[in-house]
Design a binder for this molecule. Structure first.
Ligand code: KG4
Ligand code: ZN
Length: 336
């Protein structure tokens, strides 16, 4: 069978990224230009600034990806691009570039769902991974429990009712005076803290729910900090970080295990930026061992936003016949 050489573009948030893949699993290049330093001084991503930076960077990043893959534009068979969810202006930059390349070369354009892209990062990391499996997607914008039926069919089972897991990490970090993005900082501090120091609530939402809710937990941390300040008690940042992180990950892990058992899944796959969390990975590994369930996750660089994961998803969409036309446009609120 012929190899499919795929150019993939991701600009949904604050990473300008372009990758070249051979079929769905082999990465020839994956260039990621992060804007984190620019947004850090605002404490979060500023959409208009993100769009402008994407415009400045996109052509450079695309050319770098082509060069590093050691190919030329005429070798491309398809172009994949993130269609949503994400920031409208940011997504538009990637989509416009992808359309012009697809049109110029006369090759298929494939729109990709960013959330499915996160899941597909695992096909790159684990060459033997095949659906079906249970999947937890935890990023800055999304917290989804998913049952994967095929390479393109992902059933949404549970979701957050308020804050996403990564958003909770970022907000709690902010109230602790830590820098953005807060997830990696809390992860690091947690290793030096006592996770049993403070008994924060575990929001399970009843025995049968697969939904999540993290805003109450975030408020509990705020209340704790205010209370300690009022009575002039000592706040041990490491202990707050570790206790908060433990509350989040216990809920994420137990709900995922319960779904995997209900669906008879032998494998749970983690995806999204928060899947880089070391506490989450460790708890999943030990609980997975107890339950006889395999735990798979991508290496950290494939957990956070990158174009290679979009290329993997785009390839499977293409094989499934899901081509987009050139009239395709942004879907900022695209669901799974
Ligand atoms: O997937 P991602 O790069 O972007 C979205 O699609 O949202 O995820 C970014 C999120 C941020 O909220 C960040 O704080 C969180 O992932 N994150 C982490 C870790 N690394 C990144 N959260 C917890 N622990 C980490 N090690
Ligand atoms: Zn993402």
């Amino acid at each position: 069978e012929k190899n499919i050489i795929n150019l993939a573009i991701e600009t949904s948030c604050d990473e300008t990224s372009c990758a070249v893949l051979k079929n769905g699993r082999e990465v020839l290049s994956n260039i990621i230009s992060s804007q984190i330093e620019i947004h850090r001084k605002f404490g979060g991503v500023v959409p208009e600034v993100a769009s402008r930076k994407h415009i400045e960077n996109i052509n450079i990043i695309i050319e770098k990806a082509i060069k590093e893959a050691n190919i030329s534009f005429k070798d491309l068979d398809i172009v994949s691009v993130t269609q949503g969810p994400g920031l409208v202006g940011a997504l538009l930059v990637g989509i416009s570039s992808a359309k012009s390349i697809a049109y110029g070369l006369g090759i298929p354009l494939i729109g990709v769902n960013h959330i499915k892209g996160h899941i597909c990062a695992n096909y790159i990391e684990h060459k033997d991974l095949k659906p079906p499996f249970t999947c937890l997607v935890v990023s800055g914008g999304h917290t989804y429990l998913v049952q994967a039926h095929s390479y393109t069919d992902y059933e949404l089972i549970g979701r957050t009712r308020d804050d996403a897991a990564g958003e909770a990490f970022d907000k709690v970090a902010r109230s602790l005076g830590l820098s953005y993005p807060g997830g990696p900082v809390i992860d690091k501090l947690s290793k030096e803290g006592n996770k049993e120091a403070i008994d924060f609530p575990r929001p399970f939402l009843g025995d049968n729910s697969y939904d999540f809710s993290f805003s109450g937990l975030k408020t509990a941390v705020l209340n704790y900090l205010n209370h300690m300040e009022q009575k002039k008690g000592e706040i041990v940042v490491e202990d707050v970080a570790a206790s908060f992180q433990q509350a989040v990950i216990e809920v994420l892990v137990e709900k995922s295990i319960r779904l995997a058992k209900e669906k008879n899944s032998k494998t749970i796959v983690l995806a999204g930026g928060v899947a880089a969390n070391s506490g989450l990975r460790n708890l999943f590994k030990s609980r997975g061992k107890e339950e006889g369930i395999n735990i798979r996750y991508p290496s950290p660089i494939l957990c956070t936003d990158n174009a290679a994961m979009i290329g993997s998803c785009g390839y499977f969409n293409y094989i499934d016949g899901q081509e987009s036309d050139l009239g395709m446009t942004v879907e900022p609120n695209l669901e799974l």
